[in-house]
Design a protein around this ligand. Structure first.
Ligand SMILES: Cc1ncc(COP(=O)(O)O)c(C=O)c1O
Length: 307
């Protein structure tokens, strides 16, 4: 698989081990019931060396997800943050995608996860642009999914849990089968929720909207960046219940995510958004966002942690 460091090392319960040796038993609880919580984070190549992007916030969200599922994690926030740097250093990477994951391991096959150990792994990989390089400058074509995001009292969206990604898989497979790059799911009430792996922003008449946390969205870290960058630029960002039809009459729509970064959407369900290409506010936000990563814009919110 592209990006995998097959001759590298990963961090497995506190030890650095060779990539091919990082194996678990097929009877592990996680394999049968989706019982894991994880993170996806980037370490960017900068003129001053590799830097984690919002490391503290990603590890905090991992621990929050574990707390929601009552998974005891044997490592502290600080230990996990250090392990993230160690895994970049030991593999001599300049840039990386990091995948910390905590899962219910091998012990008992009952649905009740509590008799099983909780194992923790941090892997680093090489990874480029998720939706493609063109996506960042021009935009992507997406559809509204026929699948809804999980209702809040079924699977909690604030936990980044493996099981949630079965729903994401339905959304992205349907979109790709129909020739789109991605799908936008509505929540169980019919309001706009998020993509299979991205949050969404909608702009109309200079106002910026994003679904509130009660629309079954992951509290995205890039979402938080864009809210802060937009506020710094003097825009108001409203976290609200967003009706589907606002998408079609928007001036600009874009996705945010660790993988997707800030990716404009140029059409939804075949309907062009605004002028049918990246809009000016999206471009301004991208400039700020990518400017922080290239060190051209001051990192005033302290989002970078140098390895
Ligand atoms: C379902 C879902 N929503 C939103 C996001 C964006 O979150 P973040 O910006 O923290 O990567 C992701 C990516 O992890 C995701 O999987």
């Amino acid at each position: 698989m592209s990006g995998f460091l097959e001759d590298g090392k990963l961090w497995f319960n506190g030890e650095m081990i060779n990539w091919p040796d990082a194996k678990i038993h097929v009877m592990s609880h996680v394999l049968h019931y989706g019982s894991s919580v994880f993170e996806g984070m980037r370490c960017y190549s900068t003129p001053k060396g590799p830097a984690h992007f919002r490391l503290h916030d990603h590890i905090r969200r991992l621990l929050d997800s574990a707390r929601i599922y009552q998974m005891p994690i044997k490592y502290s926030q600080q230990e996990l943050e250090e392990a993230c740097s160690d895994v970049v250093k030991v593999n001599e990477l300049d840039a990386a995608y990091l995948r910390p994951i905590a899962f219910r391991g091998y012990g008992s096959l009952g649905v009740d996860p509590t008799p099983n150990p909780v194992d923790v792994v941090i892997a680093a990989m090489r990874w480029g642009k998720y939706l493609g390089d063109e996506a960042i400058n021009i935009g992507v074509d997406v559809r509204v999914s026929s699948w809804n995001r999980m209702r809040g009292n079924t699977l909690p969206a604030m936990a980044k849990c493996a099981a949630n990604y079965m729903n994401s898989q339905l959304i992205v497979m349907e979109a790709k089968r129909d020739g789109y790059v991605e799908g936008i799911a509505l929540d169980a009430n019919g309001h706009v929720s998020e993509g299979s792996g991205e949050n969404i922003f909608v702009i109309r008449n200079g106002r910026i909207y994003t679904p509130s946390l009660s629309s079954s969205v992951l509290p995205g870290i890039t979402r938080d960046c864009v809210i802060k960058l937009a506020t710094d630029l003097g825009y108001e960002v409203e976290q609200a219940a967003i009706p589907r039809e606002l998408l079609y009459i928007a001036d600009e729509v874009f996705f945010t995510g660790t993988a997707a970064e800030v990716s404009p959407i140029k059409s939804i369900d075949g309907i062009p958004i605004g002028a049918g290409r990246r809009g000016p506010i999206t471009e301004k936000l991208q400039q700020r966002f990518f400017g922080i990563l290239s060190l051209d814009v001051e990192d005033k919110h302290n989002w970078l942690t140098f390895v």
